[in-house]
Design a protein around this ligand. Structure first.
Ligand code: PGA
Length: 255
């Protein structure tokens, strides 16, 4: 059985002191829940402070992005070498990185390989735009993204990944996909593509999250779907009681 994983993507929110306050409000609630893996993904500048606050707990830390090189003349970038001692996870290829910063599947693939070679677990984001959804292209778009970001990886590497299916039309819009839509793409496209590329056994090990306007009201139905193994949570992860509730509701489904 796959351990469910709920990750909070704080995006470009929270100063260091605000991050500290947010973690302190969630700490007891989150650490009390055992059966769900919890990951906090604050901005780079907050990582060190958050790491000390969650040290020794059952909460993991993730970054929101990463360069693929270890070091060098890449002004403004952060490398896997800098993250690997402090983080366990790194979000790669989020649609905001793809849309605003020109990241392609090829760039994401390079980052995935770099993360894996430094022992970081990537949370790789895929998902279609609203126009692609309306045009009925969800399946082909998501399949192409999965093939692109996984290119050249071994079955062992793929088995340990986390993939987040995030339809772009659902991100930050309050318009979450239905549980059936999430299951259809996560099971029928993401996991099915991995099964075709590797094997069913490999595909069955990959944890696949849904992301896009999740909250404590819709998480139960989404998490009840057989292929949905967790959520990548944006807005709701900045509200401590809400985020803890989402993790608790998920844990109750897995008892
Ligand atoms: P949202 O963001 O939960 O605010 O829709 C999800 C994400 O972008 O990861």
């Amino acid at each position: 059985m796959r351990t469910p994983i709920i990750a909070g993507n704080w995006k470009m929110n929270k100063t260091i002191s605000e991050a500290e306050a947010l973690v302190k409000e969630m700490l007891d609630g989150l650490t009390a829940i055992q059966s769900v893996e919890k990951v906090l993904c604050p901005p780079f500048i907050d990582l060190d402070r958050v790491a000390s606050l969650i040290q020794g707990t059952n909460i993991s830390l993730g970054a929101q992005n990463m360069h693929w090189e270890e070091k060098g003349a890449f002004t403004g970038e952060i490398s896997p070498l800098m993250l690997k001692d402090i983080c366990q996870y790194v979000i790669l290829g989020h649609s905001e990185r793809r849309t605003y910063f020109g990241e392609t599947d090829e760039i994401v693939n390079r980052k995935v390989k770099a993360a894996l070679s430094h022992g970081l677990t990537p949370i790789i984001c895929v998902g279609e735009t609203e126009a692609q959804y309306d045009a009925g292209e969800t399946e082909s778009v998501v399949r192409r993204q999965v093939e692109g970001v996984l290119a050249g990886l071994s079955a062992e590497q793929v088995a340990g990944l986390v993939i987040a299916y995030e339809p772009i039309w659902a991100i930050g819009t309050g318009k979450a996909a239905t549980a059936e839509q999430a299951q259809k793409v996560i099971g029928g496209v993401v996991r099915a593509t991995i099964a075709q590329l590797y094997s069913q056994a490999t595909a069955d090990q990959v944890r696949i999250q849904y992301g896009g306007s999740t909250n404590s009201k819709n998480i139960k139905e989404i998490m009840s779907q057989p292929d949905v193994d967790g959520a990548l949570v944006g807005g709701a992860s900045l509200r401590p009681a809400e985020f803890v509730a989402m993790v608790r509701i998920t844990a109750e489904l897995y008892q």
